[in-house]
Design a protein around this ligand. Structure first.
Ligand SMILES: *Cc1c(COP(=O)(O)O)cnc(C)c1O
Length: 363
């Protein structure tokens, strides 16, 4: 009666083991990233069983959720901390990614107040134009940061692919190592961690061309979906179906495939385009834009086509030889953004499976 997200924890654990194993062969430790699954504790535990060394998330709420559930690991905040929330960041995470001195100063004060040391990875912008210190500014930045009490500079990092789609290459990873060495030689310090990769780095890692000093990756999508993210290619030896969405058929009728009458904007201010397929059997399902990114939903049965959606309905062409009925459930694979929204929607029930048995739900 509700849409369900079926989550196979064994497949996530297995995928983690495969990805972590690949990275380990190349001297790379992996932080498992749970931001796409709202920091779900059971999914984080599956990643930890699979061998990740820490859990990273972009939201403090998600780190709190993991902590409250007693997930025993090191937490890393992989989004830049807010200046106004330094105390909360130091309380929720042992490490955060940073690019602003004012924020480091606030983290320093918060860490000293709590009597702890907060580790930071300083992000460098290698051209993807999301977060990061511009390379020319790195040495003076680190020089300032070194004077801050309660802050340990764990290393430097870069995030490629997410914003401009920049691909990690041997060249830009060598550039990252060069920058680390410039910092080390100029300031007489050692940087333990060079964090170069997310899921877009798998091909470079597997090619053996990543410079040996790049020793850390922050990986979400490759573990959850079993694919690298430069071309969204399935990764050998991993499962692509750890997450499956099911929804129920509420209405099933033969209707024309073209709307009838004068048309204006739809509920979302768009003018949808319809293809004339003649008369089709249309199913209306109990899932919509409020629950998933419908552009990222594909039927597990590749004969069924998504026709469109509103906030509460998904329309499908289910013209088939065999019988299909109101009340039946249909299954869907999800894109990253569709999963993100399904995890965030309270209307989608989460069913977690381990050893083929239902082992809890997230609602
Ligand atoms: C989201 C994110 C990741 C993980 O990216 P995937 O493509 O899911 O592996 C890694 N690092 C940072 C900084 C991120 O924001």
């Amino acid at each position: 009666m509700y849409p369900h997200l079926k989550i196979d924890l064994d497949k996530i654990e297995d995928n983690t083991r495969t990805i972590v194993g690949l990275c380990r062969e190349h001297g790379i430790g992996v932080t498992g990233v749970t931001k796409c699954v709202c920091g779900h504790p059971e999914i984080a535990k599956a990643m930890l069983r699979g061998g990740v060394i820490a859990i990273g998330d972009s939201r403090l709420e998600n780190l709190h959720r993991l902590q409250a559930a007693g997930v025993d690991t090191r937490y890393e905040l992989i989004r830049l901390p807010p200046l106004t929330g330094a105390g909360e960041v130091v309380g929720a995470a042992g490490m955060s990614l940073n690019s602003e001195l004012a924020v480091l100063e606030a983290l320093s004060r918060a860490a000293v107040e709590r009597g702890t040391v907060h580790e930071v990875t300083l992000m460098v912008d290698l051209g993807d134009l999301r977060e990061g210190i511009w390379p020319d500014d790195l040495v003076p930045f680190v020089r300032e940061a070194l004077g801050l009490e309660g802050i340990r500079i764990g290393g430097i990092g870069a995030n490629l692919g997410c914003f401009a789609g920049l691909v990690p290459t041997q060249e830009n990873m060598e550039r990252l190592v060069e920058l680390a060495e410039e910092v080390e030689n100029t300031l007489g310090i050692e940087l333990a961690r060079i964090s170069g990769f997310n899921s877009s780095g798998l091909e470079l890692i597997a090619s053996g061309k990543s410079p040996p000093r790049v020793n850390h990756a922050r990986i979400g999508e490759a573990i959850l979906f079993g694919r690298e993210t430069t071309h969204r290619r399935p990764w050998p030896g991993t499962f692509q179906d750890a997450f499956v969405l099911t929804a129920e058929i509420l209405e099933l009728k033969k209707k024309p495939s073209l709307p009838m009458g004068e048309r204006a904007e739809d509920a979302f201010g768009k003018r949808p385009v319809f293809e004339d397929r003649g008369e089709v059997t249309r199913a209306l399902l109990n899932v919509g834009r409020e629950d998933v990114d419908v552009e990222g939903v594909t039927s597990c049965d590749d004969r069924l086509t998504v026709l469109g959606a509103s906030s509460g309905y998904l329309a499908l062409d289910v013209t088939l030889e065999e019988e299909i009925a109101v009340g039946e459930e249909l299954s869907f694979f999800l894109s990253y953004s569709a999963l993100l929204r399904a995890m965030t929607s309270e209307y989608v029930k989460k069913d977690l499976f381990r050893d083929d048995a239902l082992c809890g739900d997230g609602d």
